[in-house]
Design a binder for this molecule. Structure first.
Ligand code: NDP
Length: 262
């Protein structure tokens, strides 16, 4: 990672911030992006090496290209893009306003792929680069109360499987990361059915893997050229349950819905 130029979105908290700290420790040059400047400054003050802050709202489509251009002026072209910015959701389908579903897609899917499209040409031209996509276990399975969140992450899986195939043997790698429960503020920032902040630290997150451990495993996945990796505790096993025992899986999540565990 020494001297690699790494651009991280959603770097103002949680997994993105932990990735910044870990990669900086390993000698990378870090570009931190998110909307909250003061939080980014806080994270930047704890980094071990060179870093820059680039304020970015990933839903502002017309800002993506100019900001990506600016990112390339700090230390040269981007070697690694960690496409991490994201929001979660808590709400039943029947109660959730369509605007909330659209918001989830604007942040988690369109924001993500817009950034990829902005840095991809330079990576292809230089025949090198990593596109690191923070998807989720929810990209592999759905649970009640998180319909659109799961849909955005499934969409990322589909998009990046296609892109990976397109860039195979052209020097660019696509590393899709699927975390389970990670102890961050994601549930606090999640949107409820009306688009307001859920504002609660959910039990899954509270007892989840630390963001630091998750970040270390993300770095390892990049170093080991992993196409895809699951990171987390026993909840990640449900991906196999879904694949091998679909009947059992659907019973499990129907029970969760009945007991209003979401
Ligand atoms: P946090 O809520 O702590 O971090 C989310 C980050 O995304 C923040 O830095 C936030 O910054 C940024 N963000 C949100 N909206 C926007 C936007 N419109 N434009 C730019 N940045 C934005 O949660 P996590 O660290 O947990 O989440 C990071 C990623 O990990 C997400 O993609 C999430 O889906 C994924 N993930 C998390 C899991 C978990 O259990 N924690 C499990 C599986 C996946 P700001 O508000 O300053 O803009």
């Amino acid at each position: 990672m020494k001297d690699k130029v790494v651009w991280i979105t959603g770097a103002s908290s949680g997994i993105g911030a932990a990735c910044a700290i870990e990669l900086s420790r390993l000698g990378a040059k870090i570009i931190l992006s998110a909307r909250r400047k003061e939080k980014l400054e806080e994270i930047q003050s704890g980094l071990s090496g060179p870093s820059e802050i680039l304020i970015l709202d990933v839903t502002k489509a017309d800002e993506i290209q100019p900001v990506a251009k600016k990112a390339g002026t700090f230390y040269g072209p981007i070697d690694i893009l960690i496409n991490n910015a994201g929001i979660s959701q808590r709400g039943l389908v029947e109660e959730t306003e369509l605007a909330v579903d659209r918001r989830l897609f604007e942040v988690n899917y369109f924001g993500n792929i817009a950034l990829t499209k902005a840095v991809l040409p330079s990576m292809l031209e230089r025949k090198t680069g990593n596109l690191v996509i923070i998807s989720s276990v929810a990209g592999k399975l759905s649970t009640p109360g998180r319909s659109s969140y799961a849909a955005t992450k499934h969409a990322l899986q589909g998009f990046y499987d296609a892109l990976r195939a397109e860039v195979t043997d052209r020097g660019v790698e696509v590393n899709v990361i699927c975390p389970g429960y990670i102890k961050t503020d994601i549930s606090i920032h999640a949107l409820n059915a009306r688009g307001e902040k859920h504002g609660v630290m959910d039990a899954g997150q509270a007892s989840g893997m630390s963001a630091d451990t998750c970040a270390k495993q993300i770095v390892k996945a990049i170093q080991n050229h992993k196409r895809e990796v699951l990171i987390g505790g026993k909840e990640t096993k449900n991906v196999l349950v879904r694949r091998l025992f679909p009947g059992l899986y659907h019973k499990m999540i129907a029970k969760m819905a009945k007991e209003r565990r979401y």
